[in-house]
Design a protein around this ligand. Sequence first.
Ligand SMILES: [Zn+2]
Length: 287
Amino acid sequence: MTLWLALDIGGTRSRAAAVTNTGAFARRAQAATPLALEAGVELIWRLADDVLAGERPQAVGVSIGGPLDWRNGRVSPLHQPAWRDIPFRDMVAGRFGCPVYLDVDTNIAVAGEYLADPTRPQRLLYLTLSTGMGGGFLVGGRIYRGGDAAHPEVAHQAIPFRCRHPERAVCECGSEGCLEALISGNGIRRIYGVPAEELDPEAWSEVAYNLGQGLRNLTVICAPDVIVLAGSVALGGGAPLLAGALQVLHRNVRIVPIPQVRLSTLGPDSALIGAATVARLGYDPVG
Ligand SMILES: [Zn+2]
């Protein structure tokens, strides 16, 4: 069987899927991501071997947390402290002997969202709220890149926020006032003492307000056509979270068109589906 390999390496879980020429997953596997580098790499090889079942992939798509240098495929995912400046693209290419498309999870996911949307939005902004928070911006089907290969980190913008324990809002990047510290899974746990799925309605309304302020900034600065929200926190918050955030957006954005804001239709697998898409289509969102 002709197969492609999709890998989604997250701070909490790693996933692999073998993808057929229709885009369907022939087999998939996942496991908790170990903290140690060597154990993490071993796990990824094992998941890949499980789903490939002896077949050689035509190409591999890899989604991993930022930061990374997309020019040389070296990765330093913020939420995997043991992985620093690891030449992971070369390691994957060496292991499987085929083309490898590797990028920040949000860039891979936004490519998957774009290709799954028949309207092909010209300016598509993707935000994910899970362990951490990140974003990817696709303009005319190409990833918007920052200077010197930097990935724009929309999660580390500052906003006017509401928070019952502001002293607990501490960002893992070391800066002050970051949006990620208020609305990511880790941030929520730090502030409210429980995971997002156990938040009370008042805490959710703070999260929605803060998310809305972030969307407001992104809207007035980038003027996107569509904003897609993904990740376990956004999907778990669902329609009420979206409604609360939209209220803030509509109240505060007056001179820029309000974008369509929606939850990801790809569900919790958007990065894995994106990795499958870029591998199978050879679609390289690297600009
Ligand atoms: Zn930060």
